[in-house]
Design a binder for this molecule. Sequence first.
Ligand code: SF4
Length: 536
Amino acid sequence: MALHALAYCERLFYLEEVEETRVADQRVHAGRTLHDAEVDKNREWQSLELSSEEWGFRGKVDFARYRDGRLVAVEHKKGRSKGDDAWESDKLQVTAYAVLLSEHFDKPVPEGRIRYHASNRTVRVSVDDAALDRLRRSVIRARELSLSLERPPVTDNENLCTKCSLAPVCLPEESRFAAVIDMTDDAASLLKPRRLFPKDDARRVLHVVDRDAQVRRAGLQLVVRNSTGEEKKYPGMDVGAIILHGSAQITSQAIHFAAGNDIAVHWISGGGWYVGGVAPPAGVQRRLRQYQALQDDKLRLRLSRRLAEAKIENQLRFIVRQSRTRNARDKVEVFLDAIRNELQQISRCKDAAALRGCEGIAARSYFSALAQLLDPSEKHMVFSGRSRRPPRDGFNAALSFGYGLLYREVMAAIIAVGLDSTFGFFHAPRTAAHPLALDLMELFRTTLWDMPLIASVNRRQWTGEHLSISKKQVWLSDEGKRLAISLFEQRKQETWKHPVLGYSLSYTRAIELEARLLEKEWSGEEGLFARMRLRG
Ligand code: SF4
């Protein structure tokens, strides 16, 4: 029971303990390293996993030692003390450890000590009646929260959030901002959130494209061996995801290592379709809230409308941006009018089927306009209208392959947020693809893949070597996949400014942010999902 978290902030407790949200950030990792080092260099200290039937909680007592013949619970903290005193959350934690030790050794433990390394100070905490009473009340509150489906609101003390390891998933500033989103723009702009959501994910995505390649584990490293026997090593801590394309292999040990170290593993078929991935378990309450919310027709329609608007507006802005010359604009004007017309219809749609109709008509005009914007002398990446299964030309092969990469990226974000990808709100569950992933993808198709693809075609980066043509089907060759992956990965790292929240972040992070904002739509903090737009 994360009593330390409970004393810090009830929402933190709920996210960690009830929704099982974990973020292995630098501060948490530094804390672990500190503890491990202390255990190694001084055998007097012990690490004990204990539970108390009487109190109904368990915990890991990091250190215990005898002082003056008495057993004392000791907790090490990397940070600073609260002046001469200990922080309330630390006091509660060490009291709980004292209780666990006392019950385990059947001895009184009248004192706990907290060693604050940053201020080089040890604070003594008396385990008296008042401390035990605080502990008892906290345990009762923790049980109440564990049974609740409602996530507690963000704390009023904003200072706590700046030091909170779960700020990137809690999004406290965005939640406060969501509460004023209906204010006038001027008033809301004064309250733009401070960034607590990371700009970027520094961990790399390992794409394994070589069909005879194998990924294995060697200690704390991941080793990729290609078909010629050449090996490349990557520190496990630096890898955020492993993507296996086609028949590339991975050992059980490597999957095991990945599962234990928050590294996603995904399989993509040779044709670029997403096959599946390894997902960590997610909190039940979060899923239950999703199931309940997405059975509400009004909410589904509201979300679908906002999603369709965002997608069509992004398509419109991209075509406008790409057709700045008179000649180009003349060629696409008719399609732009058609897209604008569908955009206007959206507010009149009464159900998801009507919205999907508008979105489909707009998409047809959008792809017709895209075909006009490709360099007419381009021979390899000809685009003769959208064709999916199978792609009938090079451009369609690249489009589909890139959308497969995007689907994987969106799935990873959905998994990270703890949602169920099979339960969406806009797409009907007709294919093997998961509806919620298809829903979220709509926000990013144009910005994350169509734009860099068109730019690469017009830069003449694609040649015949990048394609594999058989009868009426066209696929990307291994070379073509490598080029698409490198374009996609580059694009993911580019930063973009959120028009409403007002801060910049990489596209990778933008996907995760939208997944988190979506989850807030049914968690009492609605209003920010699908507000992202391409700059006009
Ligand atoms: S970010 Fe703030 S509100 Fe959210 S869990 Fe942490 S302390 Fe609580």
